[in-house]
Design a protein around this ligand. Structure first.
Ligand code: GAL
Length: 824
C-alpha cells in the first residue's frame, strides 16, 4: 500500500518509539510513551453512503448531533429526536519495519453502539455496550513495515435503545499502546490504601505483568510511589515470568505524613511500575491514585478522612449540549467548574460508565463520584436496549468497568443499577447478589448501591408509605446485596430509613426532578405544580409554548421542588447526601412535555450551561460565598403583580426597594430557603440589599430594560490552547442602549469567525428549539445564547463577530497559544 502523507505523524511517532527503545541499554530510565492518542485522520461515511463518500475527520465524533431534529426519528423525542443509523470509520496507517517484536494494542474508550472492529479485514471483536471501554490486540494481524487499515462499523440503527440521547459513533477517545512483550497488562494495576492516617498510610499495589514471549524470563518489577514527581517509596522484586503467563506482583508501601485526597485538597499520588528484563527497562506504567479514608455511618452519614461531609451531588447524563456526546475535556471541565460554583461536591454518572476524562477531572478537581454501570438488567426499558445483550455481556462489562475505574480516588460508590425493573422480584435480588459479588471480588474498598424506588423491604405500613399509598416491598433492597440503600426520590420515606434498614446506611441516589425553563416565570410563584400528573399518563396541560416556570414551583410528581428535598437532607445527619436529577439539562426526556420539546427541563443549569435561578439557592446553602440573588427580571406589563424572590446567605435580612421606595424587609424563618415580595409592576429599578447586624452585605439591582440595541460577548476564557481541541464558550447577551440586559430578547445572532479557530456549536438552552447546533447563527432565548469556539493547531488571534439586524455588532478576540507538549 502506498504511504499516505496524512498518516506520517503517526509513523514518525512509532519509529521514534522503536528507536528510543533500541537505545535503552543498562538500567536506562528512558522509555517511550506507551499509550498515545489515535484520534487523527480517520475517515467516516454513514450507512447510507457506505464506502462511497468517505470524509476525513478527527475523533471523538458523534454523527447524530449533526443531524436534524425530527419527531419521526426512531430515537423519539425521549432520545433527543436526532438520527441514529449506521456509520463506518476507517484509518489507514503505516507501521515501520523496526516495529517487529512489539505488542500493539488499540483501545476504545467507548463506541455507541454495537461496534465491530477490523484490522486488515480481520475481525478483532464486537462490543454491543456503547459506554464500556475495550482493547484489542492488533499484533497478530499487523502488517509490519507496510500499510494497515483499521475499520470500525458502528450500528445505532435499532432504536429506541436508550431513554435519553445517546449520540452515535466513536464518541470517545481512541488510543494506541505499544509495548515490549513483557509489560503491565491493560487495566493491570490496582492500588489501595488499607490504612490511612495523617502520620502514616499504607499503600498496597497489585500489578499484573504479562510475558508474551515464547520463553520464561527473569524480570525485576519495581513499584515507586511518587508525589508531585518526587519519590516517596520504592520496592523491587525479582520474579520468574513464565512464558505466555500473567503474574500478579504485589508490593506494600508506607507513606509518611501523606497528603490526603479530599474535595478541598485533591492531592494525587502516582504509582509508577517499571519492569526490567536483562537489566533493560522494558515497560513503565503510571497509575494515579489518592490516599483517603471514608465511611458511611448509619447515624453520622458520610465521613471523609474522619470528617462528616454532606454529599451535595448531581446526576448528569453524558452529552455536552451542542457538542453532542463527542467527549471534550474542556467541555467537561467547564461543567464541573459551573457545578463547583454552586457548591456541588459529587457527581453520579447516570446511568452508565463515564468517559475516563470525567474521572480524571474529578480526581484532580476534588469531586466524589458515584460510578454507575447499568440502567437495566434482564428486563428492558426500551425496545432495543442493553437487556438484549445482558446474558452474554453483563459479566464482562461489569468486570471491565470496575477494573478501569477502581484506581480513581474520586470514585467512592459503585452503583450496579438504576431503577431496575426486576427490583421488586426475587430475580432482582439474585442478580443484585451476583453483580455485587463480582464487584467485591475486584474491589472491596467501596460500597455497592443501586438507585431504587422506593427501597423498602417490609410490609409494615409505617415504613412503606411512598406517595399516599403503601409501596411494594423491594426485593433488591432487602437482598443483602447492597452496602448502601439507594433512594431514588421517595423523600417522604427518608425518615423511616433507620427503622427499615437499621444496619445499612442511606444515600439519596436520585432526588428532586424539579422542572424549569431558564428565564421564564409564571405568576403566582407560591403554588406548587406536579407535572406531569402521573408518570404513566400523557400530559396534555402545561403552558402552550412548552415552558415551565423557573420559580422553584414545578416538579415531577415522583420528585420534589429543589427546596423540599434539600430541607430534609440538610436536617438529618444520617441522610448522607443526595444527587439532584440533574445538574445540567440533557438532550432527550423533555418531561413533562413531548414533541416539539426535545431536551430536558430538569437541569439546575440549562443545556447551554446558563444557570437557572435554583442554582443560587444551592449556592447560598452549599458554599461559603456570599450570595444575594433576586429574580425574576423587571420587564412586565404595568400593574401586573409579580413575585420577587431572593436567595441569600451570610445575612439576617434583605430589604427590597422599587425606585428608591422600600417594599419592606424579609428574613428567612424556620427552614425557609428564600424570601418573597409580591409587587405590582412599575418600570424602574428594583434594588435588594442584604444586611447583617445592620450593615450592608450585598446590593443587587435589576432595571427595566428598553428595546434590544446591542450585543454583548463574554468568553469564559480569552486565551486557549492551540491544540485543535480546546474551547472557548462565549456567552452572547442582548442589551438595551444603556447596557441593561434585555430578558425577553429573541434576536437571531449571526456569527463570523476568522483566524485559527472555528465555531463548533451554538445553543440557547431552549428545550423546544429545532435549530441546528452546528449552524453559524442562533436566536437568543430569554436574552441569551452561546457560541462555542474551538482552536486550530496554530497559535494566533481568533476574531469572533456577532451581528444581528437592528443591533450594534460586537467583536471578541480569543488568543490561542501553542502548547509544545501537545500530541496528536
Ligand atoms: C428517574 C430515572 C431517571 C430520569 C428521571 C426523570 O426515575 O432514574 O433516569 O428518567 O426519573 O425524573
Amino acid at each position: 500500500m502506498k504511504a499516505n502523507r496524512s498518516i506520517w505523524p503517526v509513523c514518525a511517532g512509532l519509529l521514534a518509539l522503536v528507536f528510543m527503545s533500541c537505545m535503552n541499554t543498562g538500567k536506562s530510565k528512558s522509555i517511550p510513551v506507551r499509550k498515545q492518542p489515535f484520534n487523527r485522520d480517520w475517515q467516516f461515511c454513514s450507512g447510507d453512503t457506505a464506502g462511497v463518500s468517505w470524509h476525513k475527520l478527527n475523533l471523538p465524533h458523534d454523527w447524530s448531533i449533526e443531524g436534524e431534529f425530527n419527531k419521526d426519528h426512531p430515537a423519539t423525542f425521549s432520545g433527543g429526536a436526532l438520527p441514529g443509523g449506521i456509520g463506518y470509520y476507517k484509518k489507514e496507517f503505516n507501521v515501520p519495519s523496526g516495529y517487529a517484536g512489539k505488542q500493539v494494542y488499540i483501545e476504545f474508550d467507548g463506541v455507541y453502539m454495537n461496534s465491530e472492529v477490523y484490522l486488515n479485514g480481520k475481525l478483532l471483536g464486537r462490543r454491543p455496550n456503547g459506554y464500556i471501554g475495550f482493547e484489542y490486540n492488533l499484533t497478530p494481524y499487523l502488517n509490519v513495515g507496510a500499510g494497515n487499515t483499521l475499520t470500525v462499523k458502528v450500528d445505532n440503527s435499532q432504536q429506541p435503545n436508550s431513554r435519553w440521547y445517546s449520540g452515535s459513533g466513536i464518541y470517545r477517545n481512541v488510543w494506541l499502546t505499544v509495548t515490549g512483550k513483557v509489560h503491565v497488562k491493560h487495566w493491570g494495576t490496582y492500588v489501595t490504601t488499607p490504612k490511612v492516617s495523617k502520620d502514616q498510610s499504607d499503600v498496597h499495589a497489585e500489578v499484573e505483568v504479562i510475558n508474551n514471549r515464547a520463553e520464561d524470563r527473569k524480570g525485576v518489577v519495581r513499584t515507586i510511589v511518587l508525589f508531585k514527581g518526587e519519590k516517596v517509596s520504592e520496592k523491587e522484586q525479582t520474579v520468574t515470568l513464565k512464558a505466555g503467563n500473567t503474574h500478579l506482583v504485589t508490593d506494600d508501601h508506607t507513606v509518611k505524613n501523606p497528603q490526603l485526597w479530599s474535595v478541598e485538597t485533591p492531592a494525587l499520588y502516582t504509582l509508577e511500575t517499571e519492569i526490567y528484563v536483562d537489566d533493560r527497562l522494558v515497560d513503565r506504567h503510571r497509575t494515579p491514585f489518592g490516599i483517603r479514608s471514608f465511611d458511611f455511618d448509619t447515624d453520622k452519614g458520610f465521613i471523609l478522612n474522619g470528617r462528616q461531609l454532606k454529599i451535595r451531588g448531581v446526576c448528569n447524563h453524558h452529552d455536552l449540549g451542542a457538542l453532542g456526546t463527542a467527549v471534550n475535556t474542556r467541555a467537561l471541565e467547564r461543567q464541573l467548574e459551573i457545578l463547583r460554583g454552586m457548591g456541588v461536591n459529587a457527581i453520579r454518572t447516570a446511568h452508565n460508565p463515564p468517559a475516563p476524562e470525567l474521572l480524571e477531572l474529578c480526581d484532580k478537581m476534588g469531586f466524589l463520584v458515584m460510578d454507575e454501570v447499568f440502567d437495566m438488567w434482564e428486563k428492558g426499558k426500551s425496545r432495543y436496549d442493553y437487556s438484549l445483550y445482558w446474558d452474554e455481556w453483563h459479566r464482562q462489562d461489569l468486570i471491565d468497568f470496575i477494573k478501569r475505574d477502581r484506581n480513581h480516588p474520586s470514585v467512592f460508590i459503585w452503583s450496579i443499577g438504576n431503577e431496575i425493573p426486576e427490583q421488586w422480584e426475587e430475580r432482582g435480588a439474585e442478580t443484585g447478589r451476583e453483580l455485587s459479588k463480582i464487584v467485591r471480588r475486584l474491589d472491596d474498598t467501596r460500597p455497592v448501591t443501586a438507585g431504587m424506588n422506593p427501597p423498602i423491604h417490609t410490609n409494615n405500613k409505617d415504613v412503606t408509605l411512598q406517595f399516599d399509598e403503601p409501596a411494594t416491598p423491594n426485593a433488591l433492597a432487602g437482598s443483602g446485596a447492597l452496602d448502601l440503600i439507594g433512594y431514588n426520590y421517595a423523600h417522604r420515606t427518608y425518615l423511616q430509613h433507620q427503622i427499615n434498614f437499621p444496619e445499612t446506611p442511606f444515600i439519596a441516589t436520585e432526588t428532586t426532578s424539579a422542572l424549569a425553563t431558564r428565564g421564564y416565570y409564571d405568576q403566582r410563584s407560591d403554588t406548587v405544580k406536579r407535572w406531569p400528573y402521573r408518570w404513566d399518563q400523557l400530559f396534555l396541560d402545561g403552558n402552550p409554548d412548552n415552558t415551565v416556570s423557573a420559580y422553584d414551583q414545578v416538579s415531577a410528581p415522583w420528585g420534589s421542588t429543589h427546596e423540599e428535598t434539600w430541607k430534609i437532607i440538610k436536617k438529618h445527619d444520617f441522610l448522607s447526601g443526595m444527587f439532584i436529577w440533574t445538574g445540567f439539562d440533557y438532550l432527550g426526556e423533555p418531561t413533562p412535555y413531548v414533541w416539539p420539546s426535545r431536551s430536558s427541563y430538569f437541569g439546575v443549569i440549562d443545556l447551554a450551561g446558563f444557570p437557572k435561578d435554583a442554582y443560587y439557592m444551592y449556592k447560598s446553602e452549599w458554599t461559603d460565598e456570599t450570595v444575594l440573588h433576586i429574580f425574576p427580571h423587571w420587564n412586565w406589563e404595568p400593574g401586573r403583580e409579580v413575585d420577587i424572590w431572593a436567595y441569600y446567605n451570610n445575612a439576617d435580612e434583605v430589604e427590597l426597594y422599587l425606585n428608591g421606595r422600600s417594599l419592606g424587609k424579609r428574613s428567612k424563618k424556620g427552614d425557609d430557603l428564600h424570601v418573597m415580595w409580591r409587587v405590582p409592576f412599575n418600570p424602574g429599578t428594583l434594588k435588594a440589599v442584604s444586611r447583617k447586624d445592620g450593615r450592608d452585605v450585598l446590593v443587587k439591582e435589576i432595571k427595566t430594560a428598553g428595546t434590544a440595541a446591542q450585543i454583548q460577548l463574554e468568553a469564559d476564557r480569552n486565551t486557549i490552547s492551540a491544540d485543535s481541541k480546546d474551547l472557548s464558550f462565549v456567552t452572547v447577551s442582548i442589551a438595551d442602549t444603556t447596557g441593561n440586559f434585555v430578558p425577553t430578547a429573541t434576536n437571531r445572532i449571526e456569527f463570523e469567525i476568522s483566524g485559527p479557530g472555528k465555531i463548533v456549536g451554538v445553543d440557547n438552552g431552549d428545550p423546544t428549539s429545532h435549530e441546528s447546533f452546528k449552524a453559524k447563527n442562533r436566536k437568543a432565548f430569554y436574552g441569551k445564547c452561546l457560541v462555542i469556539v474551538q482552536s486550530a493547531g496554530t497559535a494566533g488571534e481568533i476574531q469572533l463577530t456577532a451581528k444581528s439586524k437592528g443591533l450594534k455588532p460586537q467583536k471578541l478576540v480569543i488568543n490561542t497559544t501553542r502548547n509544545r507538549n501537545e500530541k496528536d
